[in-house]
Design a protein around this ligand. Structure first.
Ligand SMILES: [Zn+2]
Length: 47
């Protein structure tokens, strides 16, 4: 994939941490686009 997500990723607001990509998808939710991914900086709760 062209897009890179740094792991672990921490929510700057509440501090929840995703250590793996499944966790990232579950906690933050990220979009898979053509040829790449983009993550959300804040978790689902904080948005
Ligand atoms: Zn959060």
């Amino acid at each position: 994939m062209a897009g890179k997500i740094k792991l672990p990723h921490k929510c700057p607001k509440c501090g929840v941490i995703a250590k793996t990509e499944p966790e990232l998808e579950k906690i933050f939710g990220y979009r898979t686009l053509n040829g790449g991914v983009s993550n959300q900086s804040q978790c689902k709760k904080c948005r």
